[in-house]
Structure formats: C-alpha cells, structure tokens
Design a protein around this ligand. Sequence first.
Ligand code: PNS
Length: 162
Amino acid sequence: MKRGMCPGTFDPVTCGHLDIIERAASLLDELVVGVAESPDKGGGPLFSLGERVALIEEATRHLPNVSVRPFATLLVDFAEDVGATVIIKGLRVVTDFEREFQMAALNWRLDSKVETMFIMAIPEYMYLSSSAVKEIARHGGNVRGLVPDHVAVALERRLGAQ
Ligand code: PNS
C-alpha cells in the first residue's frame, strides 16, 4: 500500500494542480491532498482554509483514492500523521526549480524517510499559477479553462463582491 501526499496552498486549485493530482493518484494506491494554511503567503490567502479544502474536494470527486486534508504544521509532520511516504510536487517553469529544490532538501534534512518526487506540468499548464488566475479574475478576465468551473464561479463571487 503506497500512500502519497500532494501539498500546496491551493488558493485556489487550478487545472494545473488537478492534472498533477490526477497523474499522482494514478501512480499511487492513495493520495492525500494537503492544504496548507499558509497565512502569510501573498498577503494572506483569498479563500479560507475550509473554502480551499471544499473547492478541491469538489474538483477531485471523481478520484476515489484521493482525500483532502488541511494542515498547519511542518510538511514532514503532516506526512507522518497521514502515513504518507512520498511527497509529490508539480514542477512548471525553471523558476520553480530553485524553491522546490530547497524545500525538498530541507524536508529531507527534517525527515529522510519521506521522499520528494516531482511530476512535470504539461505544456498547457506550464505557466499557470493561482496568483496569475487571481490577477486575471480581479481584472474581470475569463478564467474558464484555467480553473475547474466551480472555482471560476467562486472567484467571480469573491472578487465581484469586492
Ligand atoms: O502551493 P505552495 O504555496 O507553493 O506550497 C508550499 C507548501 C505549502 C508546500 C510549503 O510552504 C510547506 O511545505 N509548508 C508547510 C511548512 C513547512 O513544512 N515548511 C518547511 C518546508 S522547507
């Protein structure tokens, strides 16, 4: 039984995240999507932790071996809590590499029993990020196709109400 964990802030989940989650889930018996509280990221998340979890639950409903859990601890401690032995991260552009390399090295230093593995984003999603999606939505641009439809609706509601 191989259980993996796919961590992130997911503010909000994009089609790029979902592609990595689907591909990771097809390689593992079970995959836990770990939603980090990340209170300090980018001036604070747009969606609350509970909202981010709910948006991913909806997006992964078709994946029976995927569950979604919030966390506010060290990643390696969360991996141990859920019994995951591998951390799966998506890699997009070269600029991701340095940060991911640093996190993988530090996580290995904190707990060498947990392996970090990377899945390359497909070309269509290589330049997609939650921050870019929020910026497009904030200016009234069309985010359909970049995020699942229910996330586009949530973005319209949240940013439209500002
Ligand atoms: O989607 P993100 O914001 O790039 O994800 C970053 C995340 C949540 C994976 C990272 O910030 C993290 O692991 N946070 C938990 C705290 C922790 O363990 N920090 C040390 C990692 S070096």
